[in-house]
Write a protein that binds this ligand. Structure first.
Ligand SMILES: [Zn+2]
Length: 308
């Protein structure tokens, strides 16, 4: 059996897959955020439970919303207790087996390129629009690993001046210390902020989309501006990476109108003769990241055995 663990700021999900990547079982526990020893103990318990349920000692792949430095220390994590800890070493020790780590968004892209919505495509770009904006690249089935692990941190690239002026957007400060980052405009919270900016009375994305579907003028105005911003963003992605296909995930990707309207929204931002790649929804939805790390864990173990 192979296990994938998705460690988020509030929940840890463990999913058990068979060696053919069919999901057998999955459950969640709370993430201990402030006590590192408790964090390790919870991981040890959940993996022991998986071993018990599956009757084997499964391989382990872990996805985290952070990156690792050269010494295996977690950095920029949304889980305070793991920051700057020798996480890779400590978890492998606690679980008594080899453990593979990957950034959760990169794992999502890998999963969709490997048997998912982008299967069979050579150059795959994944974009996640949720509480933040991020992504990853997968070339020929391999995750692109960049020098500082910041490739595809689109959320901290500025919104274009054309859009800034067209919609009279203020230059919003971002938590990263920069200004006018895309995170502040096109993430889920960014879309909520747009409702306020355009004086719409909609509270939250769900309410806004209900308004769009009911043809309410002020909801449509907000959503049109949002789609325009997304169109410009995806045109930039096309000019930067020219991928064969883009998989769009994250909470915002549950809005079906986005897939319907994006091709028309991208076109005005591309010059003549250039077209946008197909943009598809993830095949494995919210469980794609956990599936991705489970497969990466299995592959790593296979390579270790081959080199024995
Ligand atoms: Zn930023």
């Amino acid at each position: 059996m192979i296990y994938g663990l998705d460690i988020g700021g509030t929940k840890i999900e463990l999913a058990i897959y068979d060696t053919q990547h069919n999901k057998q079982n999955a459950w969640r526990v709370q993430t201990p955020k402030n006590d590192y020893q408790e964090f390790l103990a919870v991981l040890k318990d959940i993996v022991a439970e998986a071993d018990h349920k599956s009757g084997t000692q499964g391989s382990v792949g872990i996805g985290l919303p952070c990156v690792f430095d050269d010494h295996g220390r977690a950095i920029a994590a949304s889980i305070p207790c793991i920051n700057n800890q020798p996480l890779a070493e400590d978890i492998a020790h606690a679980l008594g087996r080899h453990v593979t780590f990957q950034n959760d968004v990169r794992a999502f892209v890998f999963s969709e390129a490997y048997g998912g919505a982008a299967d069979g495509h050579e150059n795959v770009l994944g974009v996640v629009l949720g509480t933040g904006v991020g992504g990853g690249l997968c070339f020929g089935g391999e995750i692109y690993q960049s020098r500082q692990n910041v490739a595809c941190e689109f959320g901290h690239v500025p919104l274009s001046a054309i859009l800034q002026q067209r919609y009279n957007f203020p230059l919003r400060r971002c938590g990263c210390g920069l200004s006018s980052c895309l995170n502040q405009y096109i993430s889920g919270p960014g879309l909520e902020w747009m409702c306020t900016h355009f004086n719409s009375n909609h509270r939250g994305v769900k309410e806004l989309i209900a308004g769009v579907r009911a043809n309410e003028a002020n909801a449509t105005k907000v959503f049109n501006a949002y789609i325009d911003c997304l169109g410009a963003f995806f045109a930039q992605l096309t000019l930067m990476y020219d991928p064969d296909i883009i998989v769009l995930g994250g909470g915002i990707s549950n809005i079906r109108e986005i897939f319907q309207r994006l091709p028309t929204a991208i076109a005005p931002y591309l010059f003549s003769g250039v077209d946008a790649p197909t943009i598809v929804a993830p095949k494995f939805g919210d469980s794609s990241g956990v599936r991705g790390v489970a497969i990466l864990g299995q592959q790593a173990l296979f390579e270790i055995h081959q080199n024995d």
